[in-house]
Design a protein around this ligand. Structure first.
Ligand SMILES: Cc1cc2nc3c(=O)[nH]c(=O)nc-3n(C[C@H](O)[C@H](O)[C@H](O)COP(=O)(O)OP(=O)(O)OC[C@H]3O[C@@H](n4cnc5c(N)ncnc54)[C@H](O)[C@@H]3O)c2cc1C
Length: 412
């Protein structure tokens, strides 16, 4: 099949990566050059299905877990490039005065997990005793709850017509409360904290290296990459640029905020600071809970750290604000005083493409598919969305039907 894809962010590149291996003939069009700082290039590369549950729907968690357990290891392996990728979990900490934030965070996650298939087993294993004292919930009551969760999870799974074989089976702990000694074993640099939560399933990827590797891989596999080519509209079988109309058997729209195929897209601004801190060593991402903001620090090799990220509902690509800079760096200094001696390498801002319900959508007419609304989870969920699309193209099967919307009307 001749396939045209508009948009070379993480969604467009991963889709090309999957389809080119199925022997399709691909053309990718992007308004910028492949190294341009689009949203996907600016992102921090955190793969945090559990921590993100605080603010998102359980389907994001399910897609993220599937990406982490099945798709990312395969994609990274397949690319045959030096890409920093790790899955050694993340830590969540708080100032002693903000312990309520930490409890709130973990109870929100716990309540969302109750709605996920198979969570009854993980929930029992991971239940932190100090948050839920033994006497507060009797064993019979707990069993009763477990049976109800199993039944409702089964009903939900059936009603959604998902295939359990494609779901990640994670028998491990999803979160675990740590004391001071256990924190030091994982992260010696965080010796000041008496309590933390460890989320062992989480990971991170050097998304800038990944984006470059995908570009290189696609060119090597003979994809036709039309850079600096603005797409003005997309129709069944056609991608229309400012200079010509290109014909394909099938077309995809992955233009993020540049797409005009979705009515209710909104921009959510995010700001990041890149630091070099030779005196700080962290092995995994750390989140600091605070009443006004939730900071994260994603370590990269050679004592490089990415600190983020704000979330502001504005279509604003201007430089980072003083307010965000002060808040992020003050919190960072509390996390470890040696960050005071760090050097600021750069700051980065961009806007995330979000739909009204903050969930991604796959909008489909017969030969035209638009994917958008990846919001703050592009890296977490894009591989699962790609797999969903490829499966549907090959067998008509859908595991996440709530993502799809079908329409007879041509896209624009
Ligand atoms: C500060 C920040 C931190 C983030 N951190 C994380 C994180 O840690 N983990 C995570 O999972 N997600 C994170 N995200 C979210 C993630 O970056 C996005 O969800 C993801 O990049 C969206 O990818 P996309 O391919 O849909 O869109 P984009 O990356 O925006 O790609 C769209 C592409 O389409 C092109 N385009 C647009 N209009 C046109 C047109 N008319 N013609 C041709 N081409 C066009 C653009 O140039 C661009 O290359 C973060 C986002 C931000 C802003």
């Amino acid at each position: 099949m001749r396939i045209g894809i508009a948009g070379g962010g993480i969604m467009g590149r991963l889709l090309c990566h999957a389809l080119i291996d199925k022997k399709h003939e691909l053309t990718l069009l992007d308004q910028d050059n492949p190294d341009h700082q689009n949203c996907s290039m600016v992102a921090a590369g955190m793969l945090a299905p559990v921590a993100e549950l605080e603010k998102c729907e359980t389907s994001i968690y399910e897609m993220g877990m599937q990406a982490l357990t099945i798709h990312w290891p395969r994609i990274i392996n397949d690319l045959d490039a030096d890409i920093y990728y790790q899955q050694s979990g993340s830590l969540v900490v708080a100032h002693p005065n903000d312990q309520a934030e930490l409890l709130n965070f973990i109870s929100m996650i716990e309540s969302k997990l109750r709605h996920c298939e198979g969570v009854e087993r993980r929930f029992v294993v991971a239940r932190p005793r100090s948050v839920w004292p033994k006497q507060s919930i009797g064993i019979t009551k707990l069993h009763h709850k477990i049976f109800r969760w199993i039944a409702s999870a089964k009903r939900y799974a059936a009603s959604q017509r998902r295939t359990s074989a494609l779901r990640p089976r994670n028998d491990g702990i999803l979160y675990q409360k740590l004391n001071a000694e256990e924190i030091i074993q994982l992260e010696p640099a965080l010796s000041k904290f008496q309590e933390a939560y460890y989320l062992p399933a989480e990971g991170q990827v050097d998304n800038q290296a990944l984006m470059h590797a995908l570009h290189k891989d696609l060119l090597a596999k003979k994809l036709k990459w039309l850079a600096n080519t603005r797409v003005s509209s997309i129709r069944s079988h056609q991608i229309i640029t400012e200079n010509e109309t290109l014909e394909f058997d099938m077309v995809f729209d992955c233009r993020g905020l540049g797409a005009n195929t979705f009515d209710n897209l909104q921009a959510v601004r995010g700001e990041l600071i890149w630091l070099h801190a030779p005196d700080v060593n962290l092995n995994r991402p750390v989140r600091l809970m605070h009443p006004r903001y939730h900071l994260y620090v994603a370590p990269r090799p050679d004592n490089i750290f990415i600190v983020g990220a704000s979330e502001i509902y504005a279509d604003d690509y201007s430089e980072i604000s003083v307010k965000t800079t002060l808040e992020l760096l003050t919190a960072l200094y509390y996390l470890h005083p040696s960050f005071a001696e760090a050097r600021i390498l750069k700051t980065a801002t961009h806007c995330r493409p979000a739909l009204a319900d903050h969930l991604p959508k796959i909008k489909c007419t017969q030969d035209c598919i638009a994917i958008n609304g990846l919001y703050r989870h592009g890296y977490l969920i894009a591989p699962t969305i790609v797999d969903e699309i490829v499966q549907w193209m090959e067998s008509g099967r859908r595991n996440f039907p709530e993502l799809w919307c079908f329409s007879r009307r041509v896209l624009c």
